[in-house]
Every structure is written in C-alpha cells, then in structure tokens.
Design a protein around this ligand. Sequence first.
Ligand code: SF4
Ligand code: SF4
Ligand code: FES
Length: 259
Amino acid sequence: MAAQKQKARATKVSKKKPEETRKLVPIFIMGQRYMVPGSLTIQKAMEYAGFQLVRGCGCRGGICGACGTVYRFPDSHRIEVGLACQTVVQPDMYLAQIPFFPANKAVYDIEKLSPTGSDVAKLYPEIFKCIGCNVCTKSCPMDIDVMEYVARAIRGDVAGVAELSFDCVMCGLCAARCPAEEAQYNFAILCRRLYGRHIAPRAKHLAERIREIEKGRFDRPLQNLMQTQHDKMVTLYKEREIEPDMADEDWTPGDARYV
Ligand code: SF4
Ligand code: SF4
Ligand code: FES
C-alpha cells in the first residue's frame, strides 16, 4: 500500500510536458546551485550533480524511508517535505536531506507487553506532551494523519494506532519537526507489533506451513538447490515461473509441488 501511494504521488508530480522534462532546471543542494534534467527525482538529480549516495538512500522505491528530504522555494516561506526517491525536482528547489533523525527508541520484549496502551505509555511517556500542533501530519510524505495516531496512542487505542500508521516508512520527518520531541514512528511500530502479536487473529495457513517446514517437507529440495552448480542455478533462476502482473488471486504456478 505504501508503494502504491508513493507511486501515485510520484506520477502526479511527474506529469510534465516532454519539453519540460528534457529541460535543465536549477536546484540548490546544500546551498550549491546545480543544473539537472527536470524529469529526475531528487535522488537521481543529486547523482547527476555528482553526489554519491552512501547514506540516506536505500530501496529507491518509496518503502524504506531512508531518503527524507526537506526543501523550499525562494518565493515561499513554506518548508516542504518528500522522499528523495519519489519526488521529482522542480526549478529553484533548495534541498537538504535528513538521512537519520535520532529519536527515543525503547527496548522491550513484545511477549511480555500487553496491547492495552498502558505499556506503550510506560515506554514512551512523551506521548502526553503532544500540544496538538499538527506539524507532524503536515510533515508526513506518506499523507498519514500522524497527530490523530498520536491522539489514539494517548487514548490507549493500540489497534487504532496500528491501523492509521500502517503506511509509515519510518522516515523520521515527523519527529524532526515535533516541538514535543515525540518519537511518533517508534511508538507506532510498537503498536503495530502489539497488534500483530496480541490482537490480530492467527493465520491458520501460516501455522500449517510452519508445521510442514518442521516436518521437513522442504528439506530435500533445499538440499538439492544447495548442491546445484552455479551455471545450472543461474539457468534455473532465469527460467523460473513468475506470477504474471494482474494475476488472479487464485493463481498457482504450473509446478505446484511445494505450494
Ligand atoms: S508535531 Fe508533535 S506536538 Fe505537534 S501534533 Fe504532532 S506529535 Fe503533537
Ligand atoms: S509517520 Fe513520520 S516517520 Fe512515518 S512516514 Fe510519516 S513522517 Fe515519516
Ligand atoms: S530510498 Fe527508500 S524510500 Fe527513498
């Protein structure tokens, strides 16, 4: 869902006429001016400008949250936010990346916690410092109503936080601008873990598959693969059956021995 949302946003920003995308546009990276093709994402534009991205760059697909970026335009006071791998450059963007933002990260054993909200409050007591300014929501590149999930955490609504924060990519942009020094994404992932461990119904098919693994159903094929020569392995990989795009929900491969 996260990727779909990012893809939709990227498509929206890149609806430029062909002549606009070919054109070089000026952007500012850490105060320095560069001319880059107007069709590039911020991440690609930085590479075009000669930067080598060894931090603040992971999946390149709007999932990992490593590329949180803030920017503004000279004629505006507004601080804009986006993921560098998803946001297309615009003329005169002043850019700065936030590759990592330090935030309170509690250590816990999920088995020993209850999904009631009181344990979340014990581990993250700063949730009660929220002043309701809504800056976190405005900062979120995933369009999540962050302030609302903070409010749900305060009310002890663990399932509600888990549901609302589902698309969070842990970019840290909300925490970077929060005047109450909250670690929104860290208590949100705690709520999702609590939900997954203690509230969500157990998946029967998963339990069945674990039983099959424990009984050794996949031992032989795995051993065979481990003994396969490299060239043969490459051929097997290239010839593997791939689920078609837009396949039916009940699609199964031709060789369904291990499904
Ligand atoms: S930015 Fe911080 S203080 Fe403001 S609403 Fe969000 S969590 Fe609350
Ligand atoms: S909730 Fe915070 S950490 Fe998660 S995607 Fe939004 S801004 Fe990033
Ligand atoms: S590099 Fe992973 S979200 Fe941008």
